[in-house]
Design a protein around this ligand. Structure first.
Ligand code: SOE
Length: 400
């Protein structure tokens, strides 16, 4: 295979499988990439489903066994979009087979899996094999701009970080999907949503979370309906008949996790993740307050970044809302004219482009997290859970 081509092998065909397929398909249309993207093969568990998925999204071929991707010399990068408990097995096998790996967040469901992935990535790096993690929100132009503004010193010393990721789809009527099963997901809102905002806080401030000083973990919905597969079969271990006649089983993950932390530059920080914040459907927010200015981002208004410039004379100071769609903003110039707004999918498209850039020895617009970077997020997730369970402060340095 010519070095000029980057052959992708995708594992997973659900929500993220669609987002990534769209990203690989679209990135070469909007970005001048150093390597041609080849949508080589997709793997999914169900033969009929994966065949239909492959046709719809334009993959060259498909399989119901992800190991087949590693036998295909045209696959240069394996893209992992499976539930969390499978990330380690697929990623490590792909790295050992000499393939670059791009894995969905969180890196893994458990710190042990994440550590094994980080170690495998370290080993593979010696052979020139690269890893990437899809923390997609870094590539919202507004978030990338926030990162640039802090890096330029425009906020000065950072005092205070407030991050929250609120969703509301996890009420009692939502069945026991894999995301509510501890063995598959590792955790609930914590790994799913806090992982994003921990990464965003680190990325924007350039600081690490060093200590979790207080944390709360809560599972409000203790039992959920078992998911009925086609043909009436019911999934999930430990099923029992619930009083209303539907079969239920225990939810083994958190619905909400909140924690307070310290950052390496001395800032204090709070993080909140929940799937039960009624009316907040995908409210991923970050506020950073510094000596010279402050920033606010809310994904539900993802094209905007609010900015307070404290260097202005007092009579002119006020929140300004920057529409981050100008060619001067990160990524925006690759898409449409100013104020022709971007959406959720563009973060993935821009990340696919940056991965192709990095593998073509060109600099991505903003840094792409690799397994070592995502392991840092996993350490913070683990510190927060240990803090919630022991009711004692936990130093991130103690999580290795
Ligand atoms: C579901 O909670 C979910 O799809 C997350 O898994 C994603 O990472 C997030 O971006 C949107 O919400």
């Amino acid at each position: 295979m010519a070095e000029k081509t980057l052959g992708i092998g995708l594992v997973g065909t659900k929500f993220m499988g669609r987002a990534h397929s769209n990203a690989w398909m679209t990135a070469p249309r909007f970005f001048d990439l150093p390597r041609e993207v080849l949508m080589r093969a997709v793997a999914g568990r169900d033969v009929a489903d994966v065949a239909a998925f492959s046709r719809r999204w334009g993959w060259q071929c498909c399989t119901d066994d992800w190991r087949d991707l590693l036998d295909d010399p045209q696959v240069g990068l394996v893209d992992v979009c499976t539930p969390n408990h499978v990330h380690a097995e697929v990623s490590i096998a792909a790295l050992e087979a000499g393939r670059h790996v791009a894995c969905e967040k969180p890196l893994a469901g458990t710190i042990a899996d994440a550590r094994a992935m980080r170690d495998a990535a370290r080993k593979a790096a010696r052979r020139g094999v690269r890893t990437f993690v899809w923390f997609n929100y870094r590539r919202c132009p507004a978030v990338a701009l926030a990162h640039q503004l802090v890096k330029e010193g425009r906020l000065g010393r950072i005092f205070h970080v407030r991050a929250s990721y609120l969703q509301d789809w996890g009420g009692p009527s939502t069945p026991l999907l894999w995301r509510f099963q501890g063995k598959l997901a590792g955790s609930g809102a914590h790994g799913d949503l806090n992982a994003h905002i921990i990464d965003m806080a680190r990325f924007v401030t350039g600081e690490e979370v060093t200590e979790v000083v207080g944390a709360l973990e809560e599972t409000f919905v203790k039992e959920r309906d078992l998911v009925e597969a086609s043909g009436g079969a019911i999934s999930g271990k430990g099923a029992k008949r619930a009083t209303r006649g539907r079969r239920k089983a225990k939810s083994t993950v958190d619905d909400a996790v909140l924690f307070l932390a310290r950052m390496s530059g001395g800032a204090v920080a709070s993080f909140e993740a929940t799937r039960l914040a009624t009316g907040n459907q995908n409210r991923n927010t970050l506020e950073v307050n510094g000596e010279k200015g402050s920033l606010r981002f809310d994904f539900e208004r993802m094209n905007e970044l609010s900015w307070w410039d404290h260097a202005l004379p007092a009579r002119l100071r006020g929140w300004s809302v920057i529409m981050c769609t100008d060619a001067a903003h990160p990524y925006a110039g690759n898409y449409w004219p100013a104020a022709h707004v971007l959406g959720y999918e563009h973060g993935f498209v821009s990340q696919a482009a940056d991965i192709a850039m990095a593998l073509g020895r060109r600099k991505p617009v903003v840094p792409i997290p690799d397994f070592a970077d995502a392991f840092e997020v996993q350490r913070v997730l683990e510190a927060a859970i240990r803090c919630a369970r022991t009711r004692r402060p936990v130093s991130v340095a103690d999580i290795r």
